[in-house]
Structure formats: structure tokens, C-alpha cells
Design a protein around this ligand. Structure first.
Ligand SMILES: N[C@@H](CCC(=O)N[C@@H](CS)C(=O)NCC(=O)O)C(=O)O
Length: 112
């Protein structure tokens, strides 16, 4: 399956996916865009207009953490198991931070 990472060179969230792809040795293409002036083809496939976006064949994956979970699921070796932190609960704590941090609210009550 052809993988294409849609990227913006200064984006730290993109780097999260780049690190996973490189560490796993997964072949992929990178297409850089400017998210402040995205091309029409990107607008058409990205409901929130954010990078990274991973094209997997004809399908599209969004969100750096979810992209990395997909990569970890599909390409060996598994990075997430066994627990790197020594406890599966500790492994899931970053997902809480991703959920709230990704909304820009961190620990705000309004983060939803
Ligand atoms: N929670 C997202 C955040 C991605 C994100 O905010 N990317 C920025 C670039 S670093 C972006 O695309 N911004 C464009 C916009 O918000 O319109 C993720 O982890 O993938």
C-alpha cells in the first residue's frame, strides 16, 4: 500500500509521524504544503485543514497520534506493546493529554 505523508516542514505534529515512519523503516512519500495557503486537493481531502495527513492508498488518516497508532498496528515491530513505561495505564496517559491538548485547552474545563 502506498503511503504519502502530507506535511508542513515546521509542524511538530508532522515530526511525530515522520519519526515513527523512519524508526519503523516504512517506505513513504512526503508532500509538503503550507497549511496557511493549502492547495485545493488538500482542502478536498482534509476536513479540518490540518497536517499531518496520511494517505494510505485511496484512504486518508488524520491526527498524528492516530496515524502513529495505525503505523504501530500495521508495521512490525510493535512499538506500543509491551508497555514501554512499565504499565499499560501509563501508556494511555499521553492519549488523555493528546485529547485535551489537541483542543488547545490542556486542563481547561472548556476543553470538551
Ligand atoms: N492534533 C493535531 C494537530 C495538528 C496541527 O495543529 N497542525 C497544524 C500545523 S503544526 C495545522 O495544520 N494547522 C493548520 C490549521 O489549523 O488550519 C495532530 O496532532 O495532528
Amino acid at each position: 500500500m502506498r503511503l504519502e505523508l502530507v506535511s508542513f516542514v515546521l509542524c511538530p505534529f508532522v515530526q511525530r509521524a515522520v519519526i515513527a515512519l523512519r524508526e519503523m523503516g516504512v517506505a513513504h512519500a512526503v508532500t509538503d504544503i503550507d497549511p496557511d495557503d493549502p492547495p485545493d486537493w488538500f482542502r478536498a481531502i482534509s476536513p479540518f485543514g490540518k497536517v499531518p495527513l496520511l494517505r494510505v492508498g485511496e484512504a486518508v488518516l488524520l491526527e498524528s497520534a492516530i496515524i502513529n497508532e495505525y503505523l504501530d498496528e500495521v508495521y512490525p515491530p510493535r512499538l506500543a506493546r509491551p508497555s514501554a513505561a512499565g504499565s499499560v495505564v501509563e501508556d494511555f496517559r499521553p492519549r488523555f493529554l493528546e485529547h485535551y491538548g489537541g483542543k488547545g485547552g490542556w486542563l481547561s474545563k472548556d476543553a470538551g
